[in-house]
Ligand binder design. Structure first.
Ligand code: ZN
Length: 252
């Protein structure tokens, strides 16, 4: 019998939340925080992490490689049906998601702080399904207060071991931050942290990458919870760049 590549286990109790939660085992995850199907639920109580930060990063990279392969193939033309068949391969894991388990809680293996750009859907470009990624999104993927607070919840309560701040090619928010075009007061507030990340002489790509790095640095600079989790090696924070044309995410 073909074994599923991912299993969702119900019944893990998380000490901080006190609620029964499912575990989603990312491909490549080892026994650090994951158990085989049928494991006594009580044995999962002590585990606050879905997997190690390293395993979570591996899972993201594998998912993006699968996405980029299908994305590149779709760029090659062909009929809508051919593109559909190619892009459908991204979702082969997601048919194994158990809605009953997800109704009981969440254990996302990674949190993504990404732009609100319609082309930058983290679940899509990391080939993930419901329950796998904790997502915080706003134009320019800036580390605004509510974003940091949301990530504190993901890390401290849900045990998420990896946070990625994700910039992307042709980011309109970064372009707006680099331009002198008048903005509304609210938009001025939105681009303020992006402008703080800009370096003299940056081109757009460099500015986007710099902004993603800056957002990542802000997380530990402004959150004692996240800083402590990193110090304890419970959390890894990385910045990354998504190239819309190729579909590839590059870690910075
Ligand atoms: Zn953007």
């Amino acid at each position: 019998m073909k074994l599923p590549r991912r299993q969702i286990l119900v019944g893990a109790a998380l000490g901080l939340a006190g609620a029964a939660l499912p575990l989603v085992r990312p491909k490549g995850a080892n026994a650090a925080g994951t158990k085989a199907a049928g494991t006594n639920a009580n044995s999962l109580v002590e585990s606050l992490q879905v997997c190690t930060p390293k395993d979570a990063l591996t899972r993201l990279r594998e998912g993006n490689a699968r996405f980029a392969k299908a994305w590149t193939a779709a760029r090659g033309g062909g009929s809508p049906e051919q593109r559909m068949q190619g892009l459908n391969t991204i979702w082969d894991n997601n048919c194994q998601i158990d809605p009953v388990a997800l109704a009981q809680g969440q254990r996302p293996f990674a949190a993504i702080l990404s732009c609100a750009d319609a082309r930058v859907d983290p679940s899509w470009l990391f080939a993930c399904g419901s329950g796998e990624l904790f997502q915080v999104r706003s134009a320019g993927n800036t580390a605004f207060d509510e974003a940091i607070a949301s990530l504190e919840y993901a890390v401290a309560v849900l045990g998420t071991p990896l946070v990625v701040t994700l910039g992307h090619s042709a980011c309109g928010a970064v372009e707006a931050a680099m331009a002198s075009t008048p903005l509304t007061p609210l938009l001025e507030g939105l681009v303020k942290p992006i402008r703080a990340s800009l370096k003299s002489g940056d081109n757009l790509t460099q500015a986007i990458e710099g902004n993603a790095r800056y957002s990542a640095a802000q997380l530990t600079a402004r959150s004692a919870v996240l800083k402590q989790a990193v110090s304890a090696e419970k959390l890894t924070i990385r910045s990354a760049y998504f190239d819309i044309g190729s579909g590839l995410v590059t870690l910075l």
